[in-house]
Design a protein around this ligand. Structure first.
Ligand code: COA
Ligand code: MG
Length: 350
């Protein structure tokens, strides 16, 4: 292990990150009552230019009025090259109270972009006496963003996560894609002919390279890597296939651009039952081994040691959080009809 120790961002659930356009505030409560781990209040691309100020006001009102429970709450601001960016930060941090957890910066191109927003947030937080410092998550979705990713990923102590945004990345690099985050039938390998002269076509993953770089840069800086959108929400199998690849590469979660994608992401990014069982056994065997004076012990014909404990502890803690989130959501769902159709998500007014 390197002498430079990088602490990972504190564990939190982020299997599914549901985007909600802030021009549709009626969706805020629906998202709050649903099973998404993270809600992303979107001021950027799902809001038309003329609606930006109204959308911002909806966020402020939603943050003050709606009980989002234990969910992580993120807000995607407009990019630094737009006229709305500064006011998104200032108005919401000044007037939105303490509930917001994270600000998401889109189209980050260099470390100075992060520095600029960090400075702005810091000034407003200090001015209003905010107690809980906001975190930052960044979308890598341009050629510049990918090329400068190592400096970007180390640009602020507020950083919590990196995301890969397929659509804008494709636009920035001139990739030919047919759907957001999906495959392209022309990105293939033609196998050599077999003895009968037959050749197979294998589809390839055109997102593999930027995803790998994003995952490595995130982890090298203690940040969580998260996969972005899969546009065709009428294709659950396509979503699941893509999410599985992201999970295997190391991502902790994926965006949902429609509520139907949330349970799919939750499923994929929940540790498999076998892994959870094994994690519990590792902790038990290691405890036993350590009480007998061994730092490494054998289990199922393999070696387990201190690194295995760290991995196992993450899985066990994650499962505890997943069960707590499921219980909280069940309680909200059950409480809703008891109030005769009135939402349980509205905060009581003093
Ligand atoms: N959050 C919470 N609830 C949502 C939702 C969202 N993002 N999108 C839809 N719903 C609700 C609908 O209100 C509807 O609820 P109901 O059954 O109580 O009537 C239900 O889920 C089914 O919705 P549906 O009719 O299939 O979708 P729609 O036509 O209302 O909206 C989209 C489809 C894609 C426009 C919408 O899901 C959306 O805006 N998604 C986010 C887009 C976004 O933020 N993009 C930027 C990031 S890439
Ligand atoms: Mg984008």
């Amino acid at each position: 292990m390197s002498f430079t120790v990088v602490d990972p961002a504190p564990i939190r659930l982020c299997r599914s990150q549901l985007f909600v356009p802030c021009v549709r505030p009626a969706l805020f409560e629906k998202a709050a009552n649903g099973p998404a781990d993270v809600i992303s209040l979107d001021l950027e691309d799902s809001v038309a230019p003329a609606d930006k100020p109204a959308a911002r006001q909806n966020v402020i009102q939603g943050l003050n009025d709606i009980d989002f429970g234990d969910k992580t709450l993120s807000m995607r601001i407009n990019g630094l090259d737009t006229p709305w960016c500064y006011r998104d930060v200032i108005d919401v941090v000044e007037q939105g109270g303490e509930r917001l957890d994270i600000i998401m910066i889109p189209k980050v191109g260099c470390a100075a972009d992060v520095y600029a927003i960090d400075m702005l947030i810091t000034q407003v937080e200090n001015a209003v006496g905010r107690k809980k410092p906001l975190k930052l998550e960044l979308i890598i979705e341009s050629a510049a963003g990918l090329e400068n990713i190592n400096e970007i990923a180390a640009a602020s102590p507020r950083l919590d996560a990196l995301h890969f945004g397929a659509a804008d990345y494709a636009a920035s690099t001139g990739m030919r894609t047919t759907n957001i985050g999906g495959p392209n039938p022309d990105y293939t390998i033609l196998t050599d002919a077999d003895a009968d002269g037959a050749r197979d076509i294998h589809w390839q993953d055109l997102w593999h390279y930027p995803m790998m770089r994003m995952v490595a840069a995130a982890r090298a800086n203690g940040l969580r890597p998260i996969d972005g959108p899969f546009g065709n929400y009428a294709d659950p199998d396509g979503f699941t296939s893509h999410a599985n690849r992201s999970a295997i590469l190391g991502c902790e979660g994926k965006w949902a651009i429609h509520p139907s994608q949330v349970p799919l992401a939750n499923d994929v990014f929940t540790p498999p039952a076998e892994e959870v069982k094994k994690a519990n056994r590792i902790l038990k065997e290691m405890k036993k081994g350590q009480s007998e004076g061994f730092g490494a012990v054998a289990m199922d014909g393999g070696l387990i040691d201190a690194a295995s404990i760290r991995q196992a502890e993450v899985i066990v803690r994650q499962m505890r959080m997943i069960r707590a989130a499921a219980r909280a959501q069940k309680a909200r769902t059950e409480a809703t009809p008891a109030k005769k159709g009135k939402s349980t998500a509205r905060k009581s007014k003093k």
